[in-house]
Design a binder for this molecule. Structure first.
Ligand SMILES: [Mn+2]
Length: 412
């Protein structure tokens, strides 16, 4: 039985807008949050200790992180190399450098020949010796259509047809890797991908290049004992019957507000031929909180906002205050007072939203009933003395527009 720690979507260096400058280090507090959380994951791998660490891809927001961020990531993973724990770093869509084909931010770990480290930047089967016997990992990095299809092959095809062709190509390529495997040794598929059955998270908005959706049927195969995924930030098991488990551990920290209500964590799995026991291990990450208030009907909108904030536990949270108000209430809002009320929060943004004024028509005679467009035009023109000279022309043009199927202008 091989013990595996599976984590994914670290995105170290993102979400800085939700942090502030830490006075002691000069670094963004969200960077410190993320690195602290990554450290907890590595601590757990060392404490167990596990036999293998699988990283499901998306190390940074993009393939060219600033040196201090790349170094902080390396410092944590170096601890695994030092402890002789084999580690597979899979290349996600955010790790690929768009200008040089095939290069990725994680490639440096192969170049430097970090002991026991494997960089998964292509579909490949790796046989990995561990303290509890050998295990096989098939790496399936983020694929784009150009990886599997040439341009002439995809020309003239619809997106659905291309998707189908890609899935077929991948099925064949995957089959090739599966046949290479040793049946007496547990096998894991490690993939950075969007499955057709996955529930979306923030990655939908973060994606830099569009890939394709992989049918779950390609992943649920008896030959795999565990399917370790990355890409979707919301933790989920796509195959509840667990034959095999097909698991997104999700991101380790909240990247943005779309992850406000999601638990964050990693997965510990015990894998052997024909069986896998796994558990999701939650991480104590910084909470996010959205406070939504509609003050458009309030007599005193400012007081209502302060009262609502007073009832909330804002302490050390990343908070956003969203409120709806009417345009004529704007000067009754004192933003600096709101900021003061938001002080206990770790960071806070205020997002006022003006409600539609359509319910307050500027021409009273037009309110409250469904009106004929020509009646509306007449009512409008009644109020526009300045248009009197061209009134008849306007009405005529409108009648023409309404009753003709096509304007003469566009004939031919
Ligand atoms: Mn991704």
């Amino acid at each position: 039985m091989v013990k595996v720690l599976h984590l994914s979507d670290i995105h170290l260096g993102s979400g800085f807008s939700h942090g502030k400058v830490d006075p002691e280090t000069g670094l963004n507090t969200r960077f410190l949050d993320f690195i602290g959380t990554l450290r907890r994951c590595i601590d757990r791998a060392l404490d167990e200790p596990v036999d293998l660490v699988l990283f499901g891809g998306d190390a940074f927001p993009d393939a060219t992180p600033p040196p201090y961020i790349a170094e902080a990531f390396a410092v944590e993973f170096h601890r695994l190399a030092e402890a002789n724990i084999p580690t597979v770093l899979l290349v996600g869509n955010h790790d690929r450098y768009s200008l040089a084909d095939g290069s990725a931010s994680l490639g440096i770990y192969r170049t430097l020949a970090v002991p026991n480290f494997i960089v998964g930047d292509r579909l490949d089967l790796h046989s990995i010796p561990t303290r509890h016997g050998p295990i096989q990992v098939i790496t399936l990095p983020w694929l784009t259509s150009s990886t599997l299809l040439t341009r002439p092959e995809s020309q003239g095809l619809s997106i659905a047809e291309i998707n189908q062709l890609l899935a077929e190509r991948l099925r064949i390529a995957l089959e090739g890797e599966i046949r290479k495997r040793d049946r007496n040794c547990p096998t894991i598929l490690l993939g950075h991908l969007m499955s057709d059955k996955a529930k979306f998270g923030a990655e939908r908005l973060l994606a830099v290049s569009k890939g394709f959706t992989i049918p779950l049927s390609l992943l649920v195969r008896q030959e795999f004992d565990y399917v370790a995924l990355g890409h979707v930030h919301k933790h989920q098991n796509l195959n509840p019957s667990n034959d095999p488990p097909v698991v997104y551990p999700g991101s380790i920290e909240r990247v943005d507000f779309s992850e406000e209500k999601e638990d964050k964590g990693y997965v510990l799995a015990e894998v052997e031929v024909g069986s896998c026991h796994w558990e999701f291990c939650p991480l104590p990450v910084r909470p996010f909180l959205t406070v939504s208030v509609d003050v458009s009907q309030a007599e005193d909108p400012q007081e209502m906002l302060l009262k609502t904030l007073g009832k909330k536990d804002l302490g050390d949270r990343v908070v956003r205050l969203r409120y709806k108000l009417r345009a004529d209430q704007l000067d009754r809002i004192n933003t600096s007072e709101l900021r003061k009320a938001l002080k206990p929060a770790h960071s806070a943004t205020i997002q006022p939203e003006l409600i539609s004024q359509l319910s307050r028509p500027r021409i009273p005679s037009l309110s409250g009933r469904a009106i004929d467009p020509l009646d509306a035009l007449h009512a409008y023109l009644d109020n526009r003395e300045d248009l009197r000279d061209i009134r008849e022309d306007l009405v005529k043009a409108a009648e023409h527009l309404l009753h003709e199927d096509e304007l003469p202008l566009f004939r031919d």
